[in-house]
Write a protein that binds this ligand. Sequence first.
Ligand code: PEP
Length: 253
Amino acid sequence: MLRPLIVGNWKMNNTIHQSVELVMKLREFVKTERDTDIIIAPPFTALHHVGFLIADTPIRLAAQNMHHEKTGAFTGDLSGEMLKDVGCEYVILGHSERRKCHCETDETVNRKLKAAIRDELKPIVCVGESLEQREAGDAIRTIKAQVKGSLKGLGPGMVKNMAIAYEPVWAIGTGKTASPTEAEEIHNTIRELLFELFGRNATENIRIIYGGSVTPENIDSLMAQANIDGVLVGGASLKADSFARIISFKESI
Ligand code: PEP
């Protein structure tokens, strides 16, 4: 099994004050190094304060998005260098909410992914099918196209720090979770596709994580799947005790 990767995506929640409160509680649960990578992605405004408060813990910082250019006239955007400057080690790219609300395409995600690699951020690339695509029996084809499009032009030497998040759109924030076997089927497909695109050596350590209504109740059955190497958690990462239960999944397997 690969070292698990658990990411809490706070989305557009929490002021600086609320972020500090949440992270102070989280610190109590994650005092010492574990054999799991634990990442939190607060809103941009809280990155600095949160980064300061987790500096002496094993928790690491992610941004929820970035721009692909290094600098320039891009009002409201942030570059990879700026994110590193504020303490981010990871960046989430192509989340379905950005694809939907900000018209991000595989091409956009591809540009950002190349920029993240250039700027030495660890990218977490999100893919996922809609309910219509799943019901039409088109989930696997959709996911393969998204992975190929988002990773286009990369070489085997470029992908080693990347993670892929499979997040079925119909499961995000809806309380509906893909069953462990549904998720496992897609994760296995992504794994095989990565082998095909970049070779086994370059990709066997890439973590493929699941996102979509992950909770303390379903984490153990998801993590018991062979190809689920972690989770991307939205709603349940906003409460310290539920996120703590999720990152402690092993203790109850
Ligand atoms: C997410 O933010 O990527 C997500 C999966 O959200 P939720 O866990 O709330 O479904």
